[in-house]
Design a protein around this ligand. Sequence first.
Ligand SMILES: *Cc1c(COP(=O)(O)O)cnc(C)c1O
Length: 240
Amino acid sequence: MILNPERAAEIAANLAEVRRRMAAAAERSGRDPAAVRLVAVSKTYPLADIAAAYVAGQRDFGENRLEELWPKVAAAKVQGLDVIRWHMIGTLQSRKTRDAVGPLALIHAVDRVKIAQRLSRDAQAAGCVLDVLLEVNVSGEASKHGFTPSEVLAVAAELLALPGIRICGLMTMAPYEAVPEATRPVFRALRQLRDALALRFPAGDWRELSMGMTNDFEIAIEEGATIVRIGSAIFGVRNG
Ligand SMILES: *Cc1c(COP(=O)(O)O)cnc(C)c1O
């Protein structure tokens, strides 16, 4: 694989700038910058771009379609990029949960009871346990996937009992806002929901809050994000 040096330098510079802004946001809010993990969202971008980010020290990568994820996982391995932690950040179809069983660091978007049940069943059949987050539709936008906050509280006990998945926390997507500050109530509400779950269901592990993208990650970090999912600020604006 041949890396274009200019492209590689551009990605390295973008990554450094994103990391600098992440650390500044953490420090502003009295948090340890090391407590926030960056998932570089590489969807639609080629393996050479992933390799450039890898050379610049990036290890967590996110994809939103299994059809794109698995070929990249295989190709990365062939290229020797073998300590990547892969994140599935997109919505899963209930007919295809079996295709999500594999060497993933985290599945971010379990958005319905049925998906959780099927993932658990398929993971058990494969003899493994999957780390997952529950996606919450905090804003109530019809176009967004996820449980409503009250649903999560109602089904948490049932989901915690599923043997093939391990719930590690919550994920949300804020609506796009021209003024990023406007997303703050969404991120704050996700953190408060997490805190309520941790109180009501102390046997569960609720540590992760996957929230914040290119447009709003600094606000999300100020509100407690432990994982931000950032694509365009690292790799550039996607076409389509
Ligand atoms: C594409 C995507 C992102 C990254 O979006 P950017 O705005 O490019 O940072 C984050 N999360 C999910 C679920 C996505 O699909």
